[in-house]
Ligand binder design. Structure first.
Ligand SMILES: [Zn+2]
Length: 210
């Protein structure tokens, strides 16, 4: 075991756990998270720290480039699908966040093109659906250079995944009943800023403005 991991476990047991002992006891038998957070696997993205949450608050899905399969092909990804199903049907979360981030390697790879991923066949296959987003990026970038292609790819990818999620009949029904909200976020690592997608204006806005 890496020394860093061993030290981390020791610190958790002796410091963190002791500090929150009561909370861990309360959480022993059940969880009641309010949010399902779908984030990239990137090590620089730390959702719990980002929203200052405690254990028991957030149910998490992490994968490369924070994706949700389109409803029509959802049977190809039971991992994500089962987690979404459990979160909304059993845990009854109130909100689902899809959170992209700056300098996303998955988005950059998708933007670079499939042919450069020949040495990573699983990644190549996995990122195939993002070809669709890449095409949108190229179109938008033709007319406006306000954002870099990388940033556009990350943000349009978030919008695409939000749309995928909203196309699931169960998600749709809960939104219509006012029992569930779905939001797209973009986290900028360098500035620590989180921008939230505003469907009405079609833009990403600072979370402080909402
Ligand atoms: Zn990423």
């Amino acid at each position: 075991m890496l020394t860093r991991l061993k030290d981390g476990l020791k610190n958790f047991k002796e410091v963190t756990y002791k500090k929150h002992e009561q909370l861990y006891h309360e959480l022993e038998q059940s969880q009641k998270p309010h949010t399902l957070f779908i984030a990239c696997s990137d090590s620089r993205v730390n959702p719990e720290r980002l929203i200052n949450s405690e254990p028991g608050e957030v149910f998490m899905i992490r994968n490369i480039a924070n994706t949700v399969p389109a409803y029509e092909v959802s049977h190809n990804d039971f991992t994500t699908l089962a987690s979404i199903e459990f979160a909304i049907e059993v845990l009854k979360v109130k909100e689902i966040i899809i959170c992209g981030h700056s300098n996303c390697g998955g988005c950059a790879a998708a933007l670079d093109g499939q042919e450069k991923l020949n040495h990573l066949p699983y990644t190549q296959q996995y990122l195939k659906p993002l070809e669709n987003v890449k095409e949108k990026v190229e179109k938008v970038h033709e007319h406006s250079h306000e954002h870099s292609k990388a940033r556009l790819m990350e943000q349009l990818n978030v919008i695409e995944q939000v749309e995928h999620l909203k196309s699931y009949p169960k998600v749709q029904a809960l939104i219509e009943k006012g029992e569930l909200e779905v939001e797209g976020w973009h986290y900028d690592i360098k500035s620590g800023t989180v921008l939230v997608y505003d469907e009405e204006t079609g833009t990403f806005r600072d979370s402080d403005e909402l």
